[in-house]
Design a protein around this ligand. Structure first.
Ligand code: TPP
Ligand code: SF4
Ligand code: MG
Length: 296
């Protein structure tokens, strides 16, 4: 059970799941894991009773990056690999907005891989939901950075010879303060983690194992369910960094679900506000004062 999520104390519920559903008809393949993710986003927003006009969902490019279109909040299906920097800009421009970045394993770990590092060290108040299907779905099934070695794809017809990237280890190493991994079929756990991530004041990453039945087979849902590990039931302590590291190094780390790590630390905005206070204390600067510093 989530410890973080508190449903606002209102006399009655104002927003239901249906209030977050857009009219856009989905073009995801039947059975795509991403349906579980969008459904969890609806549940998380309803759980927190967030007015749709106070939420922005920013994605890159990919099947998974179509998600903002299916949610009746502000949204931007942007540029491949740029969900995180654009979300950062949106949050800085309007800190009152709840900002979610969403996208695929290719978008986040391939072309956009460099951005996670900087969002993590800045600790920008964003919730990043990564839909990891171990493939480039939109472009017809090429291997991705998380495709297991040896797997056949449309661009590795004799099997991939590359070692897959470990998303959890990467995030933890770079200082992500809220890190969870979920299975797209478990919408209860996923909705809780998204809601907790939204309430976490900093950069929260939720890596979702979200199968692509079209390019990686239909049996994955059954296989993953059979081997899934519930970290909370196993006694995992998400406040313990060493334990979290051990989880990410497990051979079955991709099947470990729940909150992996949580550390509360000042967000980018909290630190920025301190700088603003110091600046205000100096008094108002006129443009001429600034120019004087440069002898202009
Ligand atoms: C700059 C750029 N390079 C390449 C592409 C082509 N492209 C579009 S989506 C994509 C990969 C999508 O994979 P992923 O992010 O895992 O999303 P999925 O479709 O699997 O959900 C690629 C290579 C592009 N749109 N823009
Ligand atoms: S190709 Fe795969 S990821 Fe894309 S919509 Fe179809 S099932 Fe989903
Ligand atoms: Mg993908």
């Amino acid at each position: 059970m989530s410890v973080e999520t508190k449903v606002p104390e209102t006399a009655h519920t104002v927003y239901g799941v249906k209030d977050y559903k857009s009219d856009l008809k989905s073009i995801w393949c039947p059975g795509c894991g991403d349906f579980g993710v969008v459904s969890s986003v609806y549940k998380a927003l309803a759980r927190l009773q967030l007015p749709p006009e106070n939420v922005a969902i920013i994605s890159g490019i990919g099947c998974s990056s179509r998600l903002p279109g299916y949610v009746a909040t502000y949204g931007f299906n942007s540029i491949h690999g740029r969900a995180v920097p654009i979300s950062t800009g949106v949050k800085l421009a309007n800190p009152e907005l709840t900002v979610l970045a969403v996208g695929g394993d290719g978008d986040g770990f391939s072309i956009g891989g460099g951005h996670i590092v900087h969002a993590a060290r800045r600790n920008v108040d964003l919730t990043y939901v990564i839909m990891d299907n171990q493939v480039y779905g939109l472009t017809k099934g090429q291997y991705s950075p998380t495709t297991p070695m040896g797997d056949v794809s449309t661009s590795t017809t004799l099997g991939s010879i590359e070692s897959p990237l470990n998303p959890m280890l990467l995030c933890l190493s770079y200082g992500v303060g809220f890190l969870a991994q979920c299975f797209s079929s478990d919408t209860k756990m996923l909705a809780e983690m998204i809601a907790d991530g939204i309430q976490y004041p900093g950069f929260a990453v939720i890596n979702v194992i979200s199968p692509c039945p079209t390019f990686r087979g239909h049996d994955q849902f059954k296989t993953i369910k059979e081997v899934a590990v519930d970290l909370e039931e196993e006694g995992h302590d998400p406040s313990n960094f060493d334990m979290a590291m051990k989880v990410t190094r497990r051979p079955d780390h991709q099947n470990c679900f729940g909150l992996i790590y949580r550390e509360d630390k000042p967000s980018y905005h909290a630190r920025l506000e301190k700088v603003r206070e110091r600046s205000r204390a100096r008094g108002v600067y006129e443009a001429a004062d600034v120019l004087k510093q440069f002898d202009v």
